[in-house]
Design a protein around this ligand. Sequence first.
Ligand code: ATP
Ligand code: MG
Length: 445
Amino acid sequence: MRLTRYFLPVLKENPAEAQIVSHRYMLRAGMIKQQAAGIYSWLPLGFKVLKRIEEIVHEEQARAGHIPLLMPTLQPADLWRESGRYDDYGQEMLRIKDRQGRDMLYGPTNEEMITDIFRAHVGSYKDLPLTLYHIQWKFRDEMRPRFGVMRGREFLMKDGYNFDLTKEDALHAYNRHLVSYLRTYERMGLQAIPMRADSGPIGGDDTHEFLVLAETGESEVFYDSAVTDISLGARDIAYDDKAQCQAVMEEFTSLYARTDETHDEAAFNAIPEERRKSARGIEVGQIFYFGTKYSDAMGANVVTPDGGKVPVHMGSHGIGVSRLLGAIIEASHDEKGIIWPEGVTPFHCGIVNLKQGDADVDGACEGIYKALKKAGLDPLYDDRDDRAGAKFATMDLIGLPWRITVGPRGLKNGVVELTSRRTGESVEMTAEAAVARVVAIYAGL
Ligand code: ATP
Ligand code: MG
């Protein structure tokens, strides 16, 4: 993309309404525009990152054997009357009447609807195990929408639902989700720690929240610092292997890590003092096993191998897709702007032309731009006729991990500059070498 043809409405001033850094940078980098409290338009740069995060979620769900579908945002109230949650859910639910006077609602989550789909089409143990998920907009009329996309009212969520014949199978689905979520977050450059949590209005006993440590997080968390030393890394996971998924789950959840709702002072104090940590965290996902709560209430039964009929065991699993943009920025930025991890960056590499209109410099930039595109990458070429300082400031603010700078002086010596946004380090090399380096970095992802 050439910047002169893009839509990147960067703000010079710090917006007064933004209290935390991710909100400030998302507004300043022209990623989002608020349309009403907690409701945002996703401008092109923000939309690109949102799509990239969705892509990673889809890829990791596919790897775990989960199947995508799409349910609507608007739901009939009657489904929620069956589970009893229409009255229980409270003021966070946006209730709507259609022209026939029928009660509708904008879905805050989809347990009821997915159970309705299941009971309409699945009747036998032979169709299990089954995990269906979608990535869809949710609405919760939050009391205090704030911090930009972190606590919106309309927000994008991945929510998945497993259906299993037995509790044992459903717990395997739980473990499989835990492992696939760890992988998902790591690909986004995040460490998200599974912490024992409270199940809230969804109901159920087994639940973990995934928390990204950050000062601006809304949750208070307590953990053994040894949990921050473990990562999934590149290990091979066979998602059908119950023992392996269980082992990974245990590895990541046996050390003490809890939110304030389940915090146990005595257990916490048993940790060696130097490893005892309390901090703030951002909840970027949650997994639940809730057994037959919805299948009982809504009659989602399956025939068993011996001809009996039992309610199906279920769980639900959510990732805060739009909140993740805020969480990633909170975890990765400096005083100049965002620093995107390579896995989610909106453009792979910036190209800064220090002397627009100079035939040699223009030609070199064009060459780099075309070479990166030919290699399948998506570069952003700052081809504006502007000062170098302004171009660098924009690149730093929008946070592309790599930048190639081309100026007349370097070109005389046959070199351009390759700069890492994270370290600030610049290295001179030929344009071909710079392109090859950037291509190699992304090939390794
Ligand atoms: P919270 O405790 O933050 O209100 P929750 O536990 O009610 O969230 P879940 O039902 O677990 O939310 O939803 C799954 C994920 O969706 C959460 O882990 C979070 O990342 C995201 N999410 C929930 N509420 C919001 C919101 N208002 N804005 C943005 N993301 C949200
Ligand atoms: Mg939650």
